[in-house]
Design a protein around this ligand. Structure first.
Ligand SMILES: *[C@@H]1O[C@H](CO)[C@@H](O)[C@H](O)[C@H]1NC(C)=O
Ligand SMILES: *[C@@H]1O[C@H](CO)[C@@H](O)[C@H](O)[C@H]1NC(C)=O
Ligand SMILES: *[C@@H]1O[C@H](CO)[C@@H](O)[C@H](O)[C@H]1NC(C)=O
Ligand SMILES: *[C@@H]1O[C@H](CO)[C@@H](O)[C@H](O)[C@H]1NC(C)=O
Ligand SMILES: [Zn+2]
Length: 954
């Protein structure tokens, strides 16, 4: 899956706005509105804008006993026994796109699975969840022999709800080596729960349309039909869909001709799909819709982008179509293996929980992750589309062709895709400097989580991950972003060429059976090592010994370079200096650390920690381009030299490292390794900075100051200082865009303008921004988030309702997203409370967007206490309606409590913990919030005076 919780800067940055002069904005808004309205479309959807998940570390040491102790019956265990191996399935499904007389939406289906017995057994366990099985005679399944084998009669069948099995007890044994066929018929609900086979709805020309679609990962294929639902249980799938004539049916394989047949005395269409390759159940997809597509065909490959008819007609699929072929081509070269399928379908869904899902041959997306409209989408929307497509296409090989044997190895699957998505995106948009952005999007982001004692190692033990909720918890920042960061480090210290040649072992590609990522991981180090020898790369240790340090223990080091003594040392970096990790690391929290470094602006040969650095009196910079997964500290003399260099000649320091110096300094200060005023001093040069990454980093770090101080007397001086710093940038962009009439050239300039205007707005320079339009009254897409937010913030109920109408009528999902976030900017408590109520009404806010919207409201200083009260009061309802396994709970809790820094708030948190028994995937986030609030209280107490003084002097 793509990071479902991808944060869009454009929307995330919308938080606190201070300013005046809303009238002009309202006028600008109405112009945009008129344009939108003329497109005359009923609301599509989507949101996608939740923060990436912060870690939900798995308690390897002390799991909380939530279930009774395991009994010894096979059906009480979450893992399948190893007696049976599926070979192929015939599955027919018929989703009804109209409700039944009782208002319920359903699907019916039948499945037959042919499996081989590899160990004698009198028991068949097959996953089955929330399905109503039809009986064949006395039993809920029918067993027949294949190739003349005669199965024993069925003794008894029942559904085991807790472990999600259909249990079939036989009166005799199945024989090893023999093959059997199991038939089932069933009926399930086509609910709007975003899991398994589910329904998504939208309006087109005032008519409600229903899409039947799927999200199987991780454990919901069993909700669509009975199956051996583990990734290693690969099989060939023969899929048939029954659907209403005139609708389109899609699945993993290429569709055959559509036939009209009669079923239940109705004329229906039947579409059969070419059999799939051997594949895992979690990658299946079945979709019936009224969609249209754009397509192209190059060589033997058919590429199609599917979406609502209106979206296709408006050309919103064109950008994705133009990039898919080239990205696939890039990965064919990267993996040195051709794309394994004959077609590549990608489809945009109005309701979708994650960002996207790499179903083999039929990738599903949120609308904001696939559709792009140059006239309305911003550059960050475009960037998101490109990288998510690259991420999903990367999985077509790594993940789908070669698959992890069990979910504990998820990090390799997701980490790898999260790393190469930048390479794929760079290949097709080479002018964007997109590869650099991994440092903002993944490295810095996961540092924040991995610096807590409640983090966890990349690799989990297989036996610790069995329940669906435990599997869900793995889809976190550690798996995605740390996975990506660590693989990037490997690729950088080996060189990309060597890394690749170690990966594209033809063996992996040949391996079409149940390939374990364990095996892949093994190959990665083994063959990586051969590649290393072949290329004569000098390393102090074997590759896998180096990598084990990063994979098997949590956290990362802070490397201290002492330019006085030349000594270079490491220490486990923890945000809370008093915290002690409760888990023992096999490596004692020491790492093998590759160090790229620079002296006086000149790059030095790569070295490894333990070597000394001789600096003389020159400035030294460690971790050039942050290719290593660690932070860097220096002796104070070197810090001062670096700060002086930033002031005098900042461009000699690579742009990524200008961002790093601030990010490291602020975090070292929070960990009390350096003084807070030193961290603040790293921002002094910003008045000279024109680049996007340092500003974004500064904004991220100053966010913490805003969160801690925007309710205190520090706020005024802080704002005054930042205003001075940002003013030259504002003037620069104003000039560059001829008073905001043009769009700057170059993608990062675009994004800069986008981002920087929101920094500017946040800091209170609002005059002028209201002229932000192209001269014909149109607000450029890049600036809309900011402008919308400030209009809503300045306005009252009328403006809010106006914004709400725009939101309901937006024809592009990305635009709807911006408006949805902007509506959280109002400072009227009653409007915020009403909006909070809307978030739990799926006819107003789609379920996929509920948590993101609550978090948006909580990031508004006025909305924060309201959101917290709301979440506490409605917890039970939210928990039951929005699913205990959903990933969003940790985001929700983290998002709502982010600002907490008082004893009173800590007390409330502890009370909340006592008031309810279940927090689902938010449980560890709650622990983290308590830990974080405690740290915040201490930090504010210790730093308040100092910070106030610093800002007053500065
Ligand atoms: C099936 O029925 C639909 C709608 O009635 C019609 O448009 C289509 O041409 C028919 N297809 C075939 C193969 O007869
Ligand atoms: C650092 O990154 C910049 C920008 O991506 C690149 O031009 C430069 O070559 C990199 N330096 C090193 C030492 O990799
Ligand atoms: C920060 O800068 C101020 C003013 O230049 C200076 O007086 C102070 O010593 C610096 N603090 C640190 C810790 O470097
Ligand atoms: C704006 O940019 C132009 C050309 O780059 C430059 O000549 C001019 O001095 C700038 N104006 C201001 C006010 O910075
Ligand atoms: Zn993924």
């Amino acid at each position: 899956m793509a990071k479902g919780y991808y944060i869009s800067k454009a929307v995330a940055a919308v938080g606190i706005v201070v300013g005046a002069a809303a009238v002009a904005t309202i006028i600008a808004l109405s112009v945009v509105y008129a344009q939108e309205k003329s497109k005359n479309e009923v609301k599509p959807t989507d949101g996608g804008v939740q923060p990436k998940p912060t870690a939900e570390p798995k308690p390897t040491t002390e799991p909380k006993p939530t279930t009774p102790p395991p009994s010894n019956q096979p059906w009480d265990r979450y893992r399948l026994p190893d007696a049976l191996v599926p070979e192929n399935y015939n599955v027919t499904l018929w989703p009804r796109l109209e409700p039944q007389s009782d208002g319920m939406y359903i699907f019916t289906g039948s499945s037959s699975v042919l499996f081989q017995c590899v160990k004698e057994t009198d028991l068949i366990l097959i996953h089955c969840n929330k399905l109503n099985l039809t009986k064949f005679g006395d039993h809920q399944a029918k067993l027949t022999g294949v190739d003349g084998s005669i199965p024993p009669p069925i003794n008894n069948t029942w559904l085991k709800v807790e472990t999600q099995y259909l249990v079939i007890q036989l009166s005799g044994k199945l024989e090893p080596g023999k093959r059997y066929q199991l038939d089932t018929q069933f009926r399930g609900e086509l609910a709007d729960d975003l899991a398994g086979f589910y329904r998504s709805e939208y309006y087109e020309d005032g008519v409600k349309k229903v899409v039947a679609t799927t999200q199987m990962q991780a454990t919901d294929a069993r909700k669509a039909f009975p199956c051996f639902d583990e990734p290693a249980m690969k099989a060939v799938f023969h899929i048939t869909l029954i659907h209403k004539p005139g609708t389109v049916a899609l699945s993993n394989g290429m569709e055959g001709p559509v036939e009209n047949i009669t079923m239940d005395s109705m004329t229906v269409s039947r579409t059969q799909f070419e059999p799939t390759k051997r594949m895992s159940t979690y990658l299946l997809a079945f979709i019936v819709s009224d969609y249209d597509n754009v397509r192209n065909e190059t060589g033997n490959l058919l590429v199609r982008i599917w979406a609502r008819r209106k979206a296709i007609a408006e050309g919103q699929g064109d950008y994705a179509l133009s990039k898919t072929g080239p990205i696939l081509k890039f990965f064919e070269e990267y993996y040195n293996a051709t794309y394994p399928l004959s077609k590549s379908d990608q489809i945009a869904l109005p309701d979708f929980n994650a960002g996207a899902m790499e179903n083999w041959g039929l990738i599903t997306y949120r609308e904001t992750a696939l559709l792009y409209d140059p006239s309305v989408s911003s550059n960050s929307n475009k960037e998101r589309v490109t990288t998510i497509i690259a991420h999903e296409l990367a999985h077509m090989w790594f993940g789908n062709l070669v698959t992890m044997r069990w979910w504990n190895d998820l990090w390799l699957n997701e980490g790898f895709a999260s790393y190469v998505e930048y390479l794929g995106a760079h290949a097709v948009e080479p002018t964007w400097n997109i590869k650099d952005l991994i440092v903002l999007g993944d490295v810095q982001r996961v540092f924040a989580v991995d610096a807590l004692v409640s983090s966890h190692p990349l690799s989990s033990r297989e036996e610790d991950i069995t329940k669906p909720a435990q599997i869900s918890e793995l889809f976190d920042a550690i798996s995605y972003s740390k996975g990506a960061s660590v693989l990037r480090m490997l690729s950088e210290f080996l060189s990309e060429e060597v890394f690749r040649s170690g990966l594209s072992v033809s063996g992996i590609i040949l391996y079409f059976g149940t390939t374990a990522v364990k095996l892949v991981g093994h190959r990665l180090s083994c063959c990586g090592h051969q590649a290393v020898e072949k290329h004569n790369v000098q390393l102090p240790h074997k590759v896998h010994d180096i990598m084990n340090r990063w994979v098997l223990q949590m956290g990362f080091p802070v490397v201290t370079i002492n330019t006085v003594t030349g000594e270079v040392s490491q220490k486990h970096f923890l945000l809370d200096p008093e915290a002690k990790p409760t888990t023992v690391s096999p490596f004692n929290y020491e790492w093998f650390v590759p160090i790229k470094w620079m002296k006086n602006g000149v790059e030095q040969p790569q070295m490894w920690l333990l070597n000394k650095i001789a600096s003389g009196n020159q400035w030294v910079l460690g971790n050039v381009n942050v290719t290593g997964y660690y932070r860097v500290n220096y002796d104070s003399g070197n810090w001062q030299r670096l700060l002086a260099e930033l002031q005098n000649n900042h461009e000699i320091v690579p742009v990524i490292n200008r961002a790093q110096l601030m990010d490291d300094a602020f975090n070292l200060a929070r960990a009390k390794i350096i003084d807070t005023t030193l961290a603040l001093n790293t921002t002094k040069y910003l008045s000279k900075e024109r680049e996007y990454m340092p500003w974004q980093t500064a904004s991220n770090n100053l966010d913490y100051f805003f969160l801690m101080f925007d309710r205190s007397e520090t706020y005024g001086p802080m704002q005054a200082y930042l205003r001075t710093q940002v003013l030259p940038l504002f003037e620069y962009f104003k000039n560059l865009t001829s008073d905001w009439k043009d769009v700057p050239q170059g993608h990062t300039d675009h994004v800069s303008a986008d981002n920087e205007v929101s920094v500017i707005m946040r800091l209170g320079i609002t005059d002028g921004v209201f002229a932000v339009n192209d001269g014909c009254g149109r607000i450029h897409a890049n600036l809309r988030s900011t402008v919308y937010c400030s209009a809503i913030a300045e306005g009252g109920a009328e403006e809010w309702d106006f914004g709400w109408e725009m939101f309901k009528n937006a024809s592009l999902a990305a635009e709807a997203d911006r408006l949805r976030a902007a509506l959280a900017c109002t400072r009227k408590p009653w409007l915020l409370n009403r909006y909070l109520e809307y978030t739990l009404d799926p006819t107003k806010i789609r379920k996929q967007d509920a948590t993101a919207t609550i978090i948006n409201i909580a990031s508004n200083v006025v909305g924060q206490p309201l959101a917290w009260d709301f979440v506490r009061a409605r917890w039970e309802y939210i928990f039951n309606q929005y699913g205990g396994g959903s990933f969003s709970f940790s985001n929700l809790i983290n998002g709502v409590t982010k600002r907490f820094s008082t004893e009173f708030e800590l007390k409330q948190l502890n009370q909340f913990k006592q008031d309810y028994t279940e927090f689902g995937s938010g449980e560890l986030a709650l622990e983290q919030s308590i830990e974080r609030t405690t740290a915040n209280i201490k930090w504010v107490m210790e730093n308040k005076e100092k910070v106030l003084q610093w800002f007053q002097n500065a």
